[in-house]
Design a protein around this ligand. Structure first.
Ligand code: SF4
Ligand code: FES
Length: 361
């Protein structure tokens, strides 16, 4: 029996790879798209219309830093016109009060602000951008003044996981409704920094306990989303909610991918919105059909009762660690490679490297 084609509900629109920050855990690819290769305003407007027709409800306007696009105002208007719920994912650097006012007036629905650490010293070191933290605090104030709902996004790693409680306090002080505690995922530039970023098992266990108690304490005030560390997990996360099932990502040059890191899988062929309709790519594109559903699975996933819970985990992680994107994610304890993944984590912790910063595009 063939798998019925689902409809996507969320789309990540990577408007640009340009960004003033240089975070060592950046998930953008090592080869960044140049400004002259980016989709135009009109091309994005068409993509938003096509996405809405396909069933997409939410668009995440992301990057790089989306404010690096001079036409962010027009792009926001086009997404609003397509009746998409618009979420701006930003470092805050590059936004002004006037710009935020304008975006809010155009109908922007939500802002997700990344924080690289709970104070200026840590945040500016991690982001490789002096003055970034203070700018973010200012931007958070403007977001509150506009009455826009705010999510604080905190990527946690060995260098800041012990300050998680402070990050939670900061999110509360900024008036965030939601905090995303995302333990670093190793894709793109982050792969180069595993020796600097890999948390210890003890840190991860403490963080899991901190999140559990904060969720209890802050019920009704702050929603905390938690992406735990894969390397110490028993089961993988259902990456992207399942491949080609509920979400898709568009790169700055218009490449359509089942997840933001899918081009780390070398044998996949990606279509471009300049050549083919989004609906056609979603339903029949090679990259989307490769791992959709459960029929592609081998053992142990094929006969596992969690196969429709986590969909075999993350294809990009299976590729990065085992060199086989169709294998069970090694984060799963049923994977024959699970032990190797734990050993890798210990080795990376022992390396204790300095950051290798992402270059600016
Ligand atoms: Fe998930 Fe596959 Fe592990 Fe089962 S064997 S828990 S489906 S990753
Ligand atoms: Fe690509 Fe998980 S990041 S499937």
């Amino acid at each position: 029996m063939t798998t019925p084609i689902p409809r996507p509900s969320a789309m990540l629109a990577e408007l640009t790879h340009r960004c003033p920050l240089s975070c060592p855990y950046c998930s953008n690819p090592l080869e960044l798209t140049k400004r002259e290769e980016e989709l135009t305003t009109e091309q994005w407007a068409d993509v938003f219309q096509q996405a809405a027709a396909l069933g997409v409800l939410h668009v995440h306007l992301s990057g790089g830093e989306p404010a690096a696009r001079r036409d962010l105002d027009e792009l926001t208007s086009h997404a609003v016109k397509a009746e998409l719920y618009t979420n701006l994912i930003t470092s805050g650097v590059g936004l002004t009060k006037a710009k935020l006012e304008d975006l809010a007036a155009r109908g922007l629905d939500h802002v997700q602000l990344s924080i690289q650490g709970p104070n200026a010293e840590i945040a500016d070191k991690v982001g490789g951008y002096k003055g970034g933290y203070n700018k973010k605090m200012q931007v958070a104030e403007w977001i509150a003044e506009e009455g826009l709902p705010l999510t604080v996004n905190a990527v946690m790693h060995r260098g800041n996981l012990d300050r998680l409680e402070e990050a939670i306090e900061l999110a509360m002080r900024l008036g965030a409704r939601r905090l995303e505690v995302a333990t670093v995922q190793f894709h793109g530039w982050a792969v180069k920094n595993r020796g600097a970023l890999m948390p210890t098992r003890e840190q991860v266990e403490r963080a899991t306990a901190t999140v559990a108690s904060a969720r209890e304490r802050l019920k009704g005030e702050l929603v905390i989303d938690y992406v735990p560390a894969d390397y110490y997990a028993r089961f993988p996360k259902p990456c992207m909610g399942g491949w080609g099932r509920i979400g898709l990502a568009i790169t700055p040059s218009g490449k359509v991918m089942p997840c933001h890191a899918a081009d780390s899988i070398p044998h996949l062929k990606f279509d471009n919105v300049k050549d083919r309709t989004l609906a056609d790519i979603w339903a029949f594109g090679d990259a989307f059909t490769a791992y959709r559903g459960t029929e592609w699975m081998a053992e142990p996933c094929r006969s596992c009762d969690r196969r429709e819970v986590d969909f075999g985990g993350c294809r990009c992680q299976a590729m990065a660690i085992i060199g086989d994107a169709s294998a069970t994610d090694p984060a799963c304890e049923k994977s024959p490679h699970h032990g190797e993944m734990l050993k890798l984590a210990e080795d990376f912790v022992a390396q204790d490297d300095d950051f290798t910063y992402r270059p600016n595009a």
